[in-house]
Write a protein that binds this ligand. Sequence first.
Ligand code: NAD
Length: 323
Amino acid sequence: MKSIFITRQIPENGIKILKEKGYDVTVGKYKTPPTQPELIEELKKKNYDVVVPLLTDKIDSAVFDAVPTVKIFANYSVGFDNIDLEEATKRNIAVTNTPGDYVDGVAEHAVALLLAIMARLAEADQFVRAGKYQGWDPMLFMGDKLNGKTVAVIGTGRIGERFARKLSSGFGVKIIYYDVVRNERIEKECGAQFVSSVNEALALADAVSIHVPLLPTTHHLINKNNLAKMKPTAYLINTSRGPVVDEEALVKALQNGRIRGAGLDVFEFEPKLTKGLVKLSNTVLSPHIASSQLESREEMAEIVANNIIDFFEGRVPRNKVNK
Ligand code: NAD
């Protein structure tokens, strides 16, 4: 019987598929990501055939050496930068990922962060819970309305495009965008206007939402210099990757009222936060959960199961990411 180690709890539907196929499945009991030595110690307890790591598990030569019986690492994540692919390929170990449909979920989360920060929802929620509400007050928590505003989308790939469509069709927003590739679909279908640089997008927008991948060219794409170009009434939303924004510069801009607010799902040094960020009331923060919807997470669990089944039934796993 093939045995599988899943490093932390994932939705049961994927585990059920594997058990029904006769696999022996063990799920790690960690509540937070294990360190690599902890993971290695656990893996050495049995001659596992498969490991299902999460994005937080670093898989490299140290793990490959410790568990030579494992021939497939079926990552429970669309990203796979946690795994040394080159080394896995050298050792003839398969690596797979879970490219499910997270696009609407992340785009919706970006819309939610934007609405929440403009309506000052997090601040108002804390106020009510703290028993401070003394009755209706026309001046209480005055926010901003989204209708009629100009929103800049930086990166109009899968998520950025979906975000632009939701805002232009449902909220009466004018979309401007910057991407290294022109997106004619949103120009035609959403009336989106292409601008020729990030700086121009930041200068014109009432709100900016970032949807680029983390690359050497996008590291600190939002920085002290271009934050200074934003309107003082503008908002910044980031659901892409933390290091795309210089978080220290952002904290300063928020502290000084250089911009009005920010909604962040990702952090430059996550799970650590830049000093000063948690004290800022003009932010809404979520712990990297933009794609955490039950439907998406269950779809990923099913994809993991199918990749493993493909492998042991002699097919190339449908989401194999290495050679
Ligand atoms: P995608 O590849 O479909 O789109 C990315 C877009 O960014 C492309 O259109 C590309 O041309 C553009 N781009 C690349 N470099 C650029 C640059 N220097 N300037 C401007 N545009 C540039 O990616 P996607 O699936 O839409 O994902 C977007 C981001 O969302 C990624 O960073 C991804 O990691 C992140 N993401 C976050 C979560 C979450 O839970 N918060 C979940 C899934 C994805």
